[in-house]
Design a protein around this ligand. Structure first.
Ligand SMILES: Nc1ncnc2c1ncn2[C@@H]1O[C@H](COP(=O)(O)OP(=O)(O)OP(=O)(O)O)[C@@H](O)[C@H]1O
Ligand SMILES: [Mg+2]
Length: 328
């Protein structure tokens, strides 16, 4: 089965794997292969070291850039999410909301808190996940397929775990707020201070606002989790090379993904040494075969696609096009 056959009908496709295995190349080539078949495709890079721009030989940034257009509806559009910038923007927005809810004399305190938060590990991941979620959910209205070129291995699995973690956290906060609200309602009742139609206090307005923000995030993460774990809509493709360590890491990643409710759709073994290009590469091909048997034994149910080692780097539309030929 070819990769495009495996991915048929999916609306979101993730490419994950170690650094340098070919995630960016595969994301773009897959996007092109799908666009050639008439699909509108958005390719999103979330890797801090972006190279979508390098690959397509044109600048790609945080706005959407047209990368390829077919005769019909098919097209490839690209965008890059810079985790550092996403985190900064996210924290600035949150700090703004919090300040709006706090008296002025506490604003310096709020700034100090967010300065610390900026540096805490996890903030970038959380901000990036939120941005990825809004990007994917919003883009899936305008595109047939969203392809995600994600950061190296462990990171990706953590990103996929976050919807569950964050949503549990948000739910916790909401139910605590609900309890306090019920408590103050009860107190007001005792006091005989029923407000009825007489408008809400500043505290109640603030509470309502906080609740709305929390509920919006809860919906966002819920939607994202549903999408990620819907195997008919979302495919997670693990990219690797046919060597001992990458195989071991892929087996571990598969376990992590399964634990988060994601069922990987395919394994792509990239840079497979050719058999017919001299004795040296033929011997490598043989050794790779041994590693791939370990992989296939460990994950017999996951379809495996092999892509050959090419003589040159994959840069420019023509090269991406040739790579896309290998996938269709
Ligand atoms: N089958 C192949 N044959 C030869 N070169 C390849 C092949 N696949 C990818 N490459 C080259 O290998 C390099 C790394 O590929 P790519 O940038 O796609 O990997 P990546 O997984 O996105 O890396 P990173 O983790 O750094 O983002 C690139 O120079 C690319 O052109
Ligand atoms: Mg890359």
């Amino acid at each position: 089965m070819t990769l495009t056959e495996i991915l048929r009908g999916r609306r979101v496709v993730f490419f994950g794997g170690k650094g340098g295995v070919g995630k960016t190349t595969l994301s773009s080539a897959t996007a092109l292969a799908l666009a050639r078949a008439g699909q509108r495709v958005l390719v999103v890079s979330t890797d801090p070291a972006h190279n979508l721009g390098h690959l397509w030989e044109r600048p790609v940034g945080d706005t959407e850039v047209a990368l390829w257009k077919g005769v019909g509806t098919g097209r490839v559009v690209g965008t890059e999410l810079d985790p550092g910038r996403v985190a900064r923007e996210h924290l600035d927005a949150v700090a703004g909301t919090v300040k709006g809810l706090m008296p002025e004399h506490l604003h310096r305190e709020v700034d100090r808190y967010f300065e610390l938060a900026r540096q805490s590990p996890g903030t970038q991941e959380a901000a990036l996940l939120e941005k990825m979620s809004t990007t994917v959910l919003e883009a899936s209205e305008r595109f047939d397929v969203v392809v995600l070129d994600t950061a190296p291995t462990g990171h990706t699995a953590r990103l996929l775990e976050l919807p569950t973690l964050m949503s549990a956290w948000t739910e916790g906060l909401l139910s605590r707020r609900q309890r306090t609200e019920r408590f103050s309602d009860a107190l007001r009742g005792l006091d005989g201070q029923r407000r009825g139609g007489r408008g809400r206090s500043a505290q109640e307005v603030r509470d309502g606002e906080i609740r709305r923000v929390l509920e919006r995030r809860q919906r966002l993460f819920g939607d994202m989790r549903r999408l990620l774990t819907d195997a008919a809509a979302t495919a997670f493709v693990m990219v690797l090379t046919a060597e001992r360590m990458p195989v071991q890491e892929t087996l571990a990643l598969h376990g992590q993904l399964r634990a988060t409710g994601v069922d990987p759709a395919a394994l792509v073994v990239n840079r497979r040494s050719p058999l017919d290009a001299g004795e040296f590469l033929a011997r490598r091909h043989e050794a790779e075969g041994g590693h791939l048997r370990v992989l296939a034994d460990g994950l017999p149910q996951v379809p495996l696609v092999e892509l050959p080692l090419l003589s040159g780097e994959v840069t420019g539309l023509e090269a991406v096009g040739r790579f896309a030929d290998l996938l269709a």
